[in-house]
Design a protein around this ligand. Structure first.
Ligand code: ADP
Length: 257
């Protein structure tokens, strides 16, 4: 664990978590949840106690990406707390496990629901809580960052030039909040076919971000049918294929956070 928090000013549910890592993107569909889930299972595979908080209230992905036996969060009526569900030893909270479908809510309500889910959860002692942030850099994200003492942020993007502008926004948001951006993950970078490597969205945008903002690490993830299939099947790729290239990338990312 990077830095023990254990502060008494924090909401009770977060007091025994050593590192809280935000996985963020400035747009939907770039692979943020895929990265959050595989990072979490990679850390767990290295022996850490891990939780995932899926803060994407509008489109929670966690219920599709993992397959816990118990798909509903339980309440402890005496303590008025929420007990996370669990899959392969990782504790999980998502609006998608709250027994309702997608939310139709305005921003302030969303922030309220996120705060409640996060702060009343009985996470217990964790080395890492991975927060799958809602996409974007608006009010919901800002409020979340103010409630949760993030220790690090990982930014997920795709290689297009346009994505560079979005990433810069994300980096600026975290730097205003004094949260260190430790890595950029450039997802869907390339694919291999007929013995050749193709870069369908161009190259160089990730390294530009890393240089310009002084972010210490850049990771590339290839376009892989198995990554997509494992996301849909409820078994994270790093668990399904622990010796693969993707699992190694996530182990290295895990070491950075
Ligand atoms: P986000 O959280 O940014 O909305 P997701 O992680 O839900 O994005 O990914 C969107 C879709 O793309 C999912 O179906 C996921 O399985 C797929 N996907 C993400 N990254 C890859 C990849 N590197 N190769 C293949 N499919 C991917």
């Amino acid at each position: 664990p990077a830095r023990p928090i254990f502060s008494e000013q924090l909401p009770v549910g977060l007091q025994k978590i050593s590192s809280i890592v935000a996985v963020s993107s400035c747009k939907g569909g770039v692979g943020k949840s895929t990265v959050a889930v595989n990072l979490a299972y990679s850390l767990a595979g290295m022996g850490a106690r891990v939780g995932i908080f899926d803060a994407d209230v509008y489109g929670p992905s966690l219920p599709t990406m993992v397959s816990p036996e118990n798909r509903l969060l339980e309440m402890n009526p005496e303590k008025r707390t929420i007990i996370p569900t669990e899959y392969l030893g990782v504790k999980l909270i998502s609006f998608g496990f709250a027994g309702q479908g997608r939310a139709i809510m305005r921003g302030p309500m969303v922030s309220g629901v996120i705060n409640q889910l996060l702060t009343t959860a009985e996470w217990g002692e964790l080395d890492y809580l991975v927060v799958d942030m809602p996409p974007g850099t608006g009010d919901i994200q800002l409020t979340l960052c103010q409630v949760v003492p993030l220790t690090a942020a990982v930014i997920v993007t795709t290689p297009q030039k346009l994505a560079f502008i979005d990433v810069a926004k994300g980096v600026r948001m975290f730097s205003k909040l004094k949260v260190p951006c430790v890595a950029v993950v450039e997802n869907m970078c390339h694919f291999d076919a007929d013995g050749k490597r193709y870069y369908p969205f161009g190259r160089g945008s990730g390294s530009q971000v890393v240089e310009q903002f002084g972010i210490p690490h850049l990771f590339d993830l290839p376009i892989r049918p198995t990554l997509s299939a494992s996301g849909d099947s409820g078994m994270p790729e790093v668990v399904a294929n622990p010796q693969g290239e993707v699992a190694k990338t996530f182990q290295n990312l895990g070491i950075c956070v």
